[in-house]
Design a protein around this ligand. Structure first.
Ligand SMILES: *Cc1c(COP(=O)(O)O)cnc(C)c1O
Length: 399
């Protein structure tokens, strides 16, 4: 089969809810992926930061194989010999008290919403059905009805109403707007430490510290969605560490499995997860032994192979290289660790054509919104590989 044959099959039989670059991949290793004609590309998207440990990391693949042959699924009707170990390792690593495992990121977000609402009614004394959760404009937290109910992206929302009530949207990075939006019914602030899908938007210095204080003062749960920023991506295990704060609830997913399996988790530092009783929440696959074994290996790799420090170091090198590209079309270069973005001037004709040209040059990345290209390679990237990428980016952006 030719690449076009695969594309035709997808177009003929698949829902067209994505607009992928026309590259048909069939193999991956580390930062590299190969298409069906054996052309090699550097992956600078890492499946939206799910593949922080690099494609097909041998230790994670081995854990998956071993557990798949032993026992993949028990359901939570019974206990298994992997779940408790994952809980312990996650709590030790992130300084949390409780874990609730799910599969997709959106499910972790939904779980947190349910937990803080219930906490609001049981502990804070909010009247039944009146709980409010404050969220930020240009957020990305997933695709379920409740989550798109508080999206400000018209593409994510249009045509999907009626929407779930109970959310209030404020500008991102504006602690004063948060303070003004608080009411006695506010149970939580749900926010990304850095807005990834919005184009790698970094809030002003001190923002997270200030919202942390306000949450403490007003008895509000701070929920940080670290599904994209967490697990080493920004050069820290969690992006909250850049401001020296701790969320009450931290959401992780994506790289929690190194890209081999959907695994997400809600971590909490207060007893908010303790509010959930048997029968009130669950998932057939959540916390299954295969997911737990894969996640344990993925976390191990992150820590033992020094990927977090490497993200910091390689991020600095990548950023320096991007900043050195002299092109009037580049409006801004920003990022933290290996979550980087180049924003182009609207007059440049959009980021998509640049992503197409980067693909031709052997580098895969994706536009976010109209004018921004995100660069987020696997955290296993080496200095030589960063330089290899920069040469290509520089020649495409300068052309
Ligand atoms: C990807 C992402 C999600 C949703 O995760 P899914 O696994 O796609 O449901 C939620 N929040 C953030 C910040 C994300 O980047």
């Amino acid at each position: 089969m030719k690449p076009q044959d695969y594309i035709d099959l997808e177009n003929r039989y698949g829902a067209q809810n994505y607009k992928p670059l026309d590259v048909v991949l069939s193999k991956g290793e580390g930062v590299w992926v190969w298409d069906v004609e054996d052309n090699r590309y550097m992956d600078c998207l890492s499946a939206y930061s799910a593949v922080n440990q690099g494609h097909c990391h041998p230790r994670i693949v081995a854990a998956l194989q071993e557990q798949a042959e032993r026992l993949p699924l028990t359901s939570r009707a019974f206990r298994n010999d992997q779940l408790g170990l994952l809980y312990e390792e996650l709590c030790r690593l992130t300084n949390s008290h409780k874990v609730l495992p799910m599969n997709s990121g959106a499910e972790a977000v939904e779980t947190a919403i349910k937990a803080v609402r219930k906490w609001g009614y049981m502990e804070k004394g909010v009247p039944e059905n009146q709980a409010e959760i404050i969220v930020c404009a240009n957020n990305f937290h997933g695709r379920t009805i409740s989550i798109v109910s508080f999206s400000t992206d018209s593409g994510a929302r249009a045509g999907f109403g009626p929407f779930t009530p109970g959310f209030r949207v404020i500008p991102f990075g504006d602690a004063q707007a948060f303070e003004q939006a608080i009411t006695p019914h506010t149970v939580a602030l749900l926010v990304e430490p850095i807005q990834g899908e919005a184009g790698v938007i970094i809030p002003p210095e001190g923002y997270l510290r200030r919202v942390r204080e306000l949450c403490d003062t007003h008895g509000i749960q701070l929920i940080l969605d670290e599904i994209q920023t967490g697990l080493g991506r920004t050069g820290k295990l969690l992006a909250e560490e850049h401001e020296g704060i701790e969320a009450d609830i931290t959401l992780i997913g994506k790289a929690l499995s190194g890209g081999l399996y959907p695994v997400s988790a809600v971590l909490s530092n207060t007893e908010v997860l303790g509010i959930l009783r048997p029968g009130e929440h669950g998932s057939t696959f959540g916390g299954n032994p295969l997911a737990c074994a894969v996640a344990r290996a993925a976390l191990n790799v992150l820590v033992e192979e020094g990927l977090i420090a490497n993200a910091e170091l390689m991020g600095q090198r990548f950023m320096k290289g991007l900043r050195a590209i002299a092109n009037p079309a580049v409006r801004d270069v920003r990022g933290r660790g290996l979550l980087l973005a180049v924003e182009l001037d609207p007059s440049a004709g959009g980021a998509r054509p640049y992503c197409e040209r980067l693909k031709e040059a052997g580098l895969l990345c994706k536009e976010t919104h109209e004018n921004t290209i995100r660069f987020a390679p696997p955290l296993v990237i080496t200095a030589e590989q960063v330089d290899w990428a920069l040469e290509r980016i520089s020649s495409v952006l300068s052309a």
